[in-house]
Write a protein that binds this ligand. Structure first.
Ligand SMILES: [Fe+2]
Ligand SMILES: [Fe+2]
Length: 257
């Protein structure tokens, strides 16, 4: 089985890039499941029903989230009605769920888990390490052929630590959130496929998707700025391919679209 994981799709340029690249790529690489991080999908923050549906039409099967997922008013309905999960380590009572078992027919069942880091990000969250333990325990008697964790986190150290903690217990741990792709795809000693960050899908000539002039002003004046997402320019598509038979993880990137 081949699973494609697309990193943070940022605003309308990100969505357009997915629409351009994904249909052919899915066909060319014989991809069975496409999971994408939707944390910045709508106007750069969060995901809406319409933006998720556009991505479903382009070929994305399932979505994970992160720190911006609850930005829009209808986010709770979206989490109920669409195939999207939020980080599992939000405190109890928060809408939605952080894990889902997907039935891929002849390929079997794939478990997708979303977790968020605490280091430099949100220290109020529950511990992602023990949350992962609890989720895996919950699914221990289920027939699962592969499991993917999207670890939405800032610190590469936290990502490596959780990767090694879950090594051999999940099929893959892929990082998201920084919007910067890392070239450290590898298989951990006990078999877990790993990458620190898949990187973003969106405009290259921006600061993580935001208009570069705005972020320059932020640094030069130290005054808070109103963020505007870059709408025009060269685009990039960032993803990783998880081949469960070959037990391989590899980057699939398209630069300058
Ligand atoms: Fe994020
Ligand atoms: Fe993001």
């Amino acid at each position: 089985m081949k699973i494609l994981f697309i990193g943070d799709i940022v605003a309308s340029p990100g969505r357009k890039t997915v629409q351009t690249v994904l249909p052919n790529l899915k066909h060319e690489l014989n991809i069975d499941l496409v999971v994408a991080n939707a944390d910045n999908l709508a106007h750069g923050r969060g995901a809406t029903e319409s933006t998720l549906k556009v991505m479903q039409e382009a070929g994305v099967d399932f979505f994970t989230g992160g720190d911006h997922l609850f930005w829009h008013k209808d986010s709770e309905d979206v989490l109920e009605q669409l195939p999207v999960i939020r980080p599992a380590n939000y405190p109890e009572g928060v809408a939605g769920t952080g894990h889902k078992l997907l039935d891929l027919g002849e390929h079997g069942q794939v478990l997708v888990i979303s977790l968020m880091g605490r280091t430099f990000l949100n220290e109020r969250l529950n511990d992602p390490f023990t949350t992962a333990d609890q989720i895996l325990e919950m699914y221990a008697d289920k027939d699962i052929v592969f499991s993917v964790v999207d670890f939405h986190a800032e610190a590469t150290s936290e990502k490596y630590a959780l990767g090694f903690y879950l090594d051999g217990r999940v099929g893959a741990l892929v990082g998201s959130h920084t919007h910067v792709p890392t070239s450290d795809t590898f298989v951990m000693p006990k078999g877990t496929m790993f990458v620190s960050d898949v990187g973003m899908t969106g405009i290259i000539d921006s600061v993580l998707g935001v208009k570069k002039e705005i972020i320059l002003d932020l640094y030069l004046t130290a005054l808070n700025q109103r963020f505007e997402w870059e709408e025009a320019g060269r685009k990039v598509f960032r993803s990783v391919l998880l081949d469960t038979q070959q037990k391989e993880i590899s980057r699939v990137d398209y630069f300058d679209l």
